[in-house]
Design a protein around this ligand. Sequence first.
Ligand SMILES: [Zn+2]
Ligand SMILES: [Zn+2]
Length: 257
Amino acid sequence: MKINFDYHTHTTYSHGKASILENASKAKEIGLEGIAITDHGFSHMLFGMRRRKVDKMRRECAEAAQKTGIKVLLGIEANITGEEGKTCLKESDYENLDVFLCGIHRGVFHQTMKDLNKLLIANFNYVHNKKEVPKSLIDYNTRVYINAIKNNPIDIITHLNYLVFADAKQVAQCCADYGTYLEISTKKVHLTEKEWQDVFDTKVNFVINSDAHSTDRIGDMKLFYELNKDIDFPEGRIHNVGDKHPTLRFTEFKKHL
Ligand SMILES: [Zn+2]
Ligand SMILES: [Zn+2]
């Protein structure tokens, strides 16, 4: 199994190492049909994409597509910034972007003090001190994801439960209900074997993404092959392999704006 499109790659516009053209050239070299450039969201203090650079990024994506002959989409890996499920995208950003990825990250501006205290500080403390995360915090984290999926046309939730633990099954069920994909990241292990099984019990569909921060990792499947020895990933529900392509919720949403 091999992916045909990598929907999650970073460039020097956030903290990736290569340019848009370099990412696209590598994708072409390894036989992908296309690639999405998805740098970190605007609310990231240090690494975030800047709105004033979006036009330049779009031009570079168009040039890279022309030079390589593959599709080069401009997306974003937005941050969920609080319990209400707000992200750092405004509706006025939508017309300039093709793909809407969303995840929870450290180092971002949060919606409220409560969100700062829980989403960043409490999660950090439990993970850092390797203590069991209390149910009340898991419930809060789950609400953060669910409200984001309900309230925003998110295409893909990135690396669910990496450093921030939610109820994976409830989040996956919400993704299934709203047509949002769950990412299988090949950058890092983000769900346990048990959580994957719970997720498979819902009707959610998947995309496999590299989350590459350098060109050598674009389209990388190594971690997936490793995980797939013990976890029986349902190939039919992975929509960027073989000749399958995902139906992107963001694209559908924008048709009705
Ligand atoms: Zn991320
Ligand atoms: Zn990423």
